[in-house]
Design a protein around this ligand. Structure first.
Ligand SMILES: *Cc1c(COP(=O)(O)O)cnc(C)c1O
Length: 381
């Protein structure tokens, strides 16, 4: 699905020398590389505060701790996402409230958010799934109306832009009150181990979170709140500093691969190609409307599972994200949930397939993949 060794060949010298500098100085924890990366990412995103941490799951959890959410508070999020999103809500003894998504963008449905709001609702967690922002115009409007926090789960959309109805653009993860991201190796900006970060424009929240990530300490050995230990290590920061200047180029390569896939699949029966949101009806060359963490098709008329088996038999990697809606997972099942409230997530879990997507895909590989998919679909009418 991804080609990290191919990507590494192009940045090997720089990454190796940055890592060996960290080794030479032995500043493994909270070294200068971490601080430099933080500043560079703040600048890239146009956000006041980046607080690096150990991984994207921690980032989400710490964001919720920073907002001071209390047990029993309800947090609305998408039914169609990676489990980490709901997991940290439950772990903090908050109540996850899962809602349905939109069929064309796979992102949380603002109408479903509104229907789920109660007097206990405190926050909304939109997940910018597969590299494209959720409908942040509507979500920010709903949040303002009901005085709710917005926590963006930006693990899959770093570098993406959201263009508001008034034409203004902002980077994903800088729109809500706070956001989290992941630097897991296969993410669009990946390190060579685990890593994550929290973003916010709120000075007080940033201060609170800098203590939370460090055992609740604001002054050494004074523990004012219950915190955690969650750090980005210096070696990972060195890798990320080498890759951040290439992020836009990497995302452009992903978009170009996505464009080639969608062009090849145009007009093919039983295949629905991913949609880019308003303002960008096609997959743009230079605009970061979608950064394609995944290239995800819908295969309709019950052919998805057979296609997965066929691609596997041809040695073509593919993935199903996500095969089971969260409301049907044992850990998150709740009698409040009615199947009738999740028609889209239920349908998507049976239709989606993600094809290989990374920065090193070439035209020949894409042609082989698209021809294999099309041939299978057409011979199984
Ligand atoms: C990857 C991911 C996470 C978790 O990130 P980790 O760094 O693996 O902890 C959270 N949410 C979403 C949507 C993700 O894709």
């Amino acid at each position: 699905m991804v080609d990290l060794t191919g990507q590494y060949q192009f940045i090997k010298e720089q990454v190796n020398s940055s890592i060996s500098q960290v080794l030479d100085t032995a500043a493994f924890i909270n070294g200068p590389e971490v601080h430099r990366f933080q500043e560079e990412l703040e600048h890239y995103l146009g956000v006041k505060h980046v607080i690096p941490c150990a991984n994207g799951t921690d980032a989400l959890q710490i964001a919720m701790m920073g907002l001071g959410l209390k047990p029993g508070d309800e947090v609305i999020t998408a039914d169609f996402t990676f489990a980490a999103t709901a997991e940290v809500i439950a772990l903090l003894q908050l109540t996850p409230v899962l809602v349905d998504v939109e069929p064309d963008t796979f992102n949380i449905d603002p109408a479903a958010i509104e229907n789920a709001i109660t007097s206990k609702t405190k926050a909304i967690v939109p997940v910018h799934l597969f590299g494209q922002c959720a409908n942040m115009d509507r979500i920010m409007e709903i949040a303002a109306k009901h005085e709710l926090y917005v926590i963006e789960d930006n693990a899959q959309a770093i570098g993406a832009d959201h263009t508001f109805a008034n034409g203004k653009s902002q980077k994903a993860g800088t729109i809500g009150h706070i956001a989290s991201t992941s630097f897991f190796p296969s993410k669009n900006l990946g390190c060579y181990g685990d890593g994550g970060a929290i973003f916010t424009n709120d000075d007080d929240l940033a201060h609170a979170i800098r203590g939370i990530v460090n055992h609740g300490m604001y002054v050494r050995y004074h523990h004012d709140v219950v915190g955690v230990n969650s750090r980005l290590d210096s070696i990972q920061a060195a890798v990320l500093r080498a890759k951040l200047p290439l992020l836009d180029e990497y995302n452009k390569k992903r978009r170009s691969a996505a464009r080639a896939y969608s062009t090849a699949f145009e007009g093919i029966k039983d295949i629905i190609v991913p949609k880019t949101v308003k303002g960008c009806s096609t997959i743009c060359e230079n605009c970061d409307c979608h950064v394609f963490h995944q290239y995800t098709l819908r295969i309709i008329n019950g052919k998805r599972d057979a296609l997965v088996a066929h691609l596997n038999s041809k040695g073509i990697p593919c993935g199903v994200y996500y095969p089971i809606p969260l409301h049907r997972q044992k850990a998150y099942a709740d009698e409040r949930y009615k199947e009738a409230n999740f028609p889209i997530t239920n349908m998507l879990s049976e239709e989606v397939i993600s094809l290989p997507m990374h920065t090193e895909l070439d035209g020949e590989q894409i042609t082989f993949i698209t021809e294999t998919v099309i041939q299978f679909i057409q011979t199984n009418e």
